[in-house]
Design a protein around this ligand. Sequence first.
Ligand SMILES: CC(C)(COP(=O)(O)OP(=O)(O)OC[C@H]1O[C@@H](n2cnc3c(N)ncnc32)[C@H](O)[C@@H]1OP(=O)(O)O)[C@@H](O)C(=O)NCCC(=O)NCCS
Length: 277
Amino acid sequence: MTVEVRSARPAELTPIVDVLRSSGLGANVGQLLRYPLASPTGDVLVAVRDGEIVGGAAIAGFGRTGWIGAVGVAAHVRRRGVGRALTEACVARLHELGALTTLLFATAAGRPVYQRVGFEPEGAVHAWRDVAPPRGAPSGEGVRPLRDRDLAAVLALDAAATGEDRSPVFAQMNGAMTGLVIERGGRIAGSAVRSPWGLGPSVVATDREAGVALLSVLRRVPGAPLTVSLPDANTGAVRALRAWGFQPINEAMRMRLGPPPAFEPERVFGMYNLFWG
Ligand SMILES: CC(C)(COP(=O)(O)OP(=O)(O)OC[C@H]1O[C@@H](n2cnc3c(N)ncnc32)[C@H](O)[C@@H]1OP(=O)(O)O)[C@@H](O)C(=O)NCCC(=O)NCCS
């Protein structure tokens, strides 16, 4: 079976999204791909066999680190190496963009494929949904809306939590960031930023109290019930979510190829998505 893996052409995007949806990656996968398509350090890759689009994947480069997401292969061509070929092509593209470390969130189906390429498991993450109405007032002292002038402080908090330079994500928001920050003693101790590309807000904080305060306010924002994804290693946040009656709705394994970034999972209280975290 000869399979060609390369960057997707614009006309191929709709069929790629169809393949990714039918491979079980969820209804929102098209929305998620808008970031790698728009970002100068992102890309969407396609696997083509005999003129038929049989798989796709996406990358998001953040300088020394980069992420692979939305890897999907059509059911009728699975177990023939297409998943591996897509993964290896993504790793190679991220290397070209300067990434020393490649990261991803693996489903149970994807994990052995990535392991064969050399990825190591780093820890489980779960997505949680708020199913019980909040009782009482939030513990949100110091929480206020995010303003443009907070950007530098928010970027610094983000880098301290993730160990990565995710400024390309902020740049792509073009200053149209929405969210909250928590201020303590004139300093920003946490931020919650919504992006157009995922289900949940990215919530980072210097400590449990600040992160949980942001979550307690977020779950009272009117609209759809709050969904947050975060590392199991943030045990303080998981304890709070359980106490509030949140239910786990999805799980994945963070995996890494290359030297570890200075990632601090206990500072991560929410992730944009299960593509680039
Ligand atoms: C995960 C997924 C992308 C893997 O795609 P794939 O094309 O089947 O992947 P590969 O063919 O490279 O590897 C799958 C298995 O086939 C085996 N395989 C590869 N080539 C083979 C061949 N020629 N003959 C027999 N087996 C083969 C691999 O060793 C691997 O075995 P393992 O599962 O025991 O490790 C696919 O199952 C999928 O789309 N799943 C749903 C969406 C999903 O979960 N995506 C991952 C997001 S993180």
